[in-house]
Design a protein around this ligand. Structure first.
Ligand code: ADP
Ligand code: MG
Length: 616
């Protein structure tokens, strides 16, 4: 009930430290009993005036030795609890980390990132008290009263029995509040992670919130969450304080009882003076370990609630992992692929696509039609599709994630850049690449010149590339991708943050890459896909048209419509700028530029809106 077998089972290593901790505490107790014994004997001797000088000296010596022993024991005990909690923390964090690796790229569909961070940091820290203090105290609190009972039973049986009977009242009181406490703490943790989620999200989106002046509203929302958290925290504290008061009453009441019994027995002549003094001095020691256990208990409970959450994470079902290798050759074929994130809202409605080896295939379509969803299925970031996706003869789901990652590189419009140098960011993709190779890919992505002006390969990159422009981030991500050198590349709006000139340039590089690689390019800008070997036009999760650019124009359907709209818009934009007229459209363009600089990707929506207007 008060010991989580599963948790302890997970951390075998800490068992020996816990046992060691209990042992040194017990030795310390024995030493204390010896000291009390000689002191009470001396006191009685002094009272009856039978004590000699050598008795006093002997008592002093023994007491000194005992003090030294207890000092050493205290140090050893804290060392043991440090070692045991260290072992636990290390082990649990490793387990969480391994679990995340096993959950793979799709982990975020099952747990929140902020929740994992909170569990792995705070949650695991909470277990420190459980392993370092609570568990050893749990065993010591059993052994100590029994030891004292055995010792005092030689002095007076009635007193020893009375004291022993009172000790279990403390755990009974603890158990009484436990059920209540458990619910409360589980709620507390729920509220804590909820607050963390909101906080992280609002912090990440702060710029956006400012732009839309919604920060006040979100602030209000967070205040409400914090208020809830404050209330539940106060409840937890009240509960802890109340139960500590109860425990104190029992502990000191029990000790007082010991004193009363000792005095009575002495008065009745059943116990010697030394004996009754010993009972008085040791009575409190019956209760102190249990009382300590009680105060660790609440902190430990908190850790237990956290451990419940940790185990929930560790118990998450892992996607069945394929064992097979990614085939070195073969086309990728999607047949009748259906997929939905939520029930009753199908996103992909029977997709048939073929991505031929070493060819350039494009997927185009309006925002929200399911292009990225297709990419994420290919990267197995979302599982549970119907139909089949095959690479050569092998079903994608049978291929191990590791092998997949070695064969396919996915580049989105917000590929993650890590805090560190340009070199570090690049070497992620190919740890053994030499500088010449790094400069080569930087050259290819037109970053070399800029970086030479900075600090070369040592140029610092902040978290998420915050100190680079959107275009520079994109180029660096692209350079890293090229360095990865996999047979298959998926570009999902990878150039959407870049100005048109460099976009054309990078697209050109991607076409060059296609001479050796299989390329899947997702783009809203049709100018990018003109030279594709095959273009799929997607609408509401269905492929409506396919073919080359020329074939699709000839069909004069959806694609042709989009193409004409985008062409006239792009030409219109350049004319407009040179003419410097003051039309409404000019203002539109300025707004688009303004948004572009503040909010990445917004121009995409804008171009589409404008294209739509143009069509009507
Ligand atoms: N994680 C998700 N959970 C639920 N719905 C999603 C999720 N991701 C995308 N969708 C929905 O799936 C549809 C297709 O999204 P997506 O594939 O990202 O479109 P595209 O890349 O073509 O713009 C959209 O309607 C979107 O709302
Ligand atoms: Mg998309």
């Amino acid at each position: 009930m008060m010991i989580d077998k599963r948790l302890i089972g997970k951390v075998e290593e800490s068992k020996k430290y816990i046992a060691g901790n209990v042992l040194v505490q017990w030795i310390s107790l024995l030493a204390n009993i010896v000291m009390m014994f000689v002191i009470t004997r001396l006191l009685a001797g002094l009272y009856y005036e039978t004590a000699s000088k050598s008795d006093m000296l002997q008592t002093l010596l023994i007491s000194l030795v005992v003090v030294v022993i207890r000092f050493v024991c205290a140090i050893a005990a804290s060392k043991m609890s440090y070692l045991s909690s260290k072992a636990v923390k290390k082990k649990l964090r490793e387990m969480i980390y391994e679990k995340l690796l096993k959950l793979g790229a799709s982990y975020h569909t099952k747990v929140n990132t902020s929740e994992i961070v909170q569990l792995a940091v705070e949650g695991v820290d909470q277990l420190e008290t459980y392993f370092g203090a609570y568990l050893p105290q749990f065993f010591y609190a059993m052994i100590a009263p029994l030891t004292l009972f055995v010792v005092l039973s030689f002095v007076n049986m009635t007193a020893a029995v009375m004291l022993l009977i009172c000790v279990p009242l403390i755990p009974v009181a603890i158990a009484a509040v436990q059920t209540w406490a458990k619910k409360l703490l589980s709620k507390y943790w729920g509220q804590y992670t909820a607050l963390g989620d909101t906080f992280l999200e609002n912090l990440q989106g702060l710029t956006t919130l400012k732009i839309y002046q919604s920060d006040a509203y979100k602030n209000e929302q967070m205040n409400e969450e914090s208020e809830k958290f404050r209330k539940i925290t106060m409840k937890v504290l009240t509960m802890q304080l109340n139960s500590i008061t109860i425990m104190d009453l029992i502990a000191y009441g029990g000790a007082a009882l010991g004193v009363i019994i000792a005095v009575q027995k002495f008065a009745a002549g059943e116990v010697t003076l030394a004996g009754s003094l010993l009972i008085i001095l040791l009575a409190a020691d019956f209760f102190i370990p249990m009382r300590m256990l009680g105060s660790f208990f609440h902190i430990a409970m908190n850790g237990m609630a956290a451990s419940g959450k940790i185990f929930k994470l560790l118990d998450l079902q892992e996607n069945p992992q394929g064992e097979r290798e990614f085939p070195e050759h073969g086309d990728i074929q999607m047949r009748e692929v259906r997929f939905s994130y939520e029930e009753e809202r199908e996103i992909l409605k029977g997709i048939d696509m073929t991505f031929a080896e070493r060819s350039f295939t494009a997927i185009v379509g309006e925002s929200g039609c399911g292009k990225s969803t297709i990419a994420s299925l290919l990267m197995t970031k979302n599982s549970g599709y119907q139909g089949s996706i095959r690479v050569g003869e092998t079903e994608l789901s049978e291929i191990s994630e590791e092998s997949l990652m070695k064969h396919v590189t996915y580049i989105s419009h917000n590929s993650y850049l890590f805090k560190g140098s340009v070199r570090e960011n690049l070497l992620l993709a190919k740890p053994d690449a030499d500088d010449a190779r790094l400069w080569e890919v930087l050259e290819q992505t037109n970053l070399a010149e800029f970086l030479r002006g900075e600090n070369g390969l040592e140029t610092e990159v902040l978290e998420k590339g915050a100190n680079l422009s959107g275009g520079q981030c994109q180029r660096l991500a692209l350079a890293r991708a090229i360095l990865h050198d996999t047979p298959i590349y998926i570009f999902d709006e990878a150039t959407s943050n870049i100005d048109v000139e460099s976009e054309n340039d990078i697209i050109q590089r991607i076409y060059e890459l296609a001479e050796r690689k299989t390329i899947i390019l997702i783009s809203h800008r049709l100018a990018n896909v003109v030279k594709s070997d095959r273009i799929y036009v997607l609408k509401d999760g269905v492929v409506t048209e396919e073919g080359t650019h020329a074939q699709l124009l000839e069909k004069d359907g959806h694609y042709a419509g989009l193409w004409n709209a985008q062409q006239s818009l792009e030409n219109f934009g350049t004319k407009e700028q040179s003419a410097k007229t003051n039309s409404d459209e000019k203002i539109e363009t300025e707004q688009a530029v303004d948004k572009h600089s503040t909010e990445k990707n917004f121009d995409e929506e804008h171009r589409k809106e404008a294209a739509h207007e143009e069509k009507n």
